[in-house]
Design a protein around this ligand. Structure first.
Ligand code: HDL
Ligand code: ZN
Length: 419
């Protein structure tokens, strides 16, 4: 006999919405930086408007050429984006509507004719108080960073010693090692790690030493790499050697998950710079081969192509060391988030992480997490309604447990398991 105070089926939506609204999330992948990383952190209206998602959209509406656009100052670019996408046209796209949502949440004029008053507001903010305010509006407690030990500017800051901020956990991003070995093994050698062009000799041992030194310095919660849509594993190449003999052994040594974000088609239009990347369907055999070969490594997996999502759910059902996460980049639109979240709940229950923001500018977490709550709420509620119709009612505590798992403890457990 069910003695728990289950919720009435007609109040499911309201209870799910309230649980989502009153639970703070962990944002497991962003490009935000803690204040101790100074100028690397982006915030304010000019950065919001020159977000590469909006720059891509600008070039579809404005006659301005990318070549001319890049000669403009940041202020001039922001003015042009605002005029083009927000004054002369209706900001209907996900990224454009996001700026409106941020301005509205900050109680600013969403229909401003000039950006100057908005600039005054952002200029007047003190970051140390402003960040907690923005996190509160977004309903997050942590924004996990993306940190590159081979980025000259950032590496210099880490080497000089920075104060670690518990609200901004670090992640060691190793694209330059795994994807651009020929261009960057020299940088390793320059830092005193004997890395050879063909990955031979002591290279793998030296890469392990490099990674270990940076794990000690950065104290990352996981390692990460973004991989192109053509990524295969295994291949007869240096990258496979690096995965097998350096990166994944280091992850095991320090009990760190490895995040694989697969499907980018880099710079399909180089003139757009950061906005120039595209997406492509990847061969999921790479993921299943990695999961099978490395049962003692834990992986966070995000695929960039909509066409890979169902396959990812199938493979995740076969390998407990895979944790699918997020609706990444071009997928972070309600129409696709809905589809992905439904199929994940149907095939994985609550053993996945529904979303990350990928925010590059601080205030973006406000709209990206508002959208996630607005999109995922009804889908989660529908799952409970189906369960009730099939014979099991739920309590608010059940829903709270599930939301905590989806948006917090799945990640916390993944980064802390020392087995
Ligand atoms: O590689 C990544 O982490 C991607 O998220 C890229 O940074 C991309 O440019 C992006 O910002 N996507 O949202
Ligand atoms: Zn990212």
């Amino acid at each position: 006999m069910n003695t728990r105070p289950s919720i009435a089926i007609e109040s499911t939506d309201a209870v799910v919405e309230d649980v989502l609204a009153t639970t703070s999330f962990i944002d497991i992948h962003t490009h935000l930086f803690s204040p101790s990383l100074g100028s690397l952190g982006l915030w304010g209206i000019d950065e919001l408007l020159t977000y590469h998602y909006l720059e891509a959209e600008l070039f579809r509406f404005s006659p301005v050429t990318p070549e001319h656009y890049w000669t403009l100052t940041k202020t001039q670019r922001a003015d042009l984006v605002w005029k083009t996408l927000f004054v002369e046209n209706t900001p209907l796209s996900e990224a454009a509507r996001g700026v409106i949502a941020v301005l509205s949440a900050l109680k600013l004029d969403t229909d401003a004719k000039s950006l100057d008053p908005l600039r005054d507001y952002f200029r007047s903010q003190k970051l140390v108080e402003y960040i907690p305010h923005v996190f509160h509006l977004a309903g997050i407690t942590h924004a996990v960073m993306t940190n590159d030990p081979l980025d000259p500017e950032e590496a210099g800051m880490w080497k000089r010693g920075i104060e670690l901020d518990p609200h901004f956990p670090a992640v060691m991003r190793i694209d330059r090692i795994l994807n651009q070995w020929s261009a960057h093994h020299g940088a390793l050698s320059a830092q005193g790690y004997a890395a050879e062009a063909d990955g031979g000799g002591a290279s793998m041992k030296e890469v392990r030493r490099f990674l270990a030194d940076w794990v000690v310095r950065m104290k990352p919660v996981y390692m990460a790499v973004s991989l192109e849509d053509t990524f295969n594993f295994p291949e007869d190449d240096v990258r496979t050697k690096l995965f097998r003999d350096a990166v994944l052994p280091t992850c095991r040594e320090f009990h760190l998950p490895m995040s694989l974000m697969i499907g980018v088609r880099r710079l399909i239009n180089p003139a757009l710079r950061l906005a120039g990347d595209g997406a492509g369907r990847a061969d999921m055999r790479a993921v299943q081969n990695i999961a099978l070969e490395f049962p003692d490594n834990r992986f966070l997996i995000s695929m960039l192509s909509r066409e890979n999502q169902h396959e990812l759910c199938v493979i995740a059902r076969k390998f407990r060391n895979l944790l699918p996460f997020g609706c990444w980049w071009f997928l972070n639109n309600p129409s696709i988030v809905e589809e992905m979240t439904r199929e994940r709940l149907e095939m994985l229950g609550t053993s996945f992480i529904p979303q990350h923001s990928d925010a590059r500018i601080l205030e973006q977490v406000i709209y990206k997490w508002r959208n996630t709550r607005r999109t995922v709420g009804p889908i989660l509620a529908q799952s409970y309604k189906l369960l009730a119709a099939d014979g099991r009612s739920v309590t608010r505590d059940d829903i709270q447990r599930d939301v905590n798992r989806l948006f917090r403890s799945n990640f916390e457990n993944w980064i802390q398991r020392a087995d």
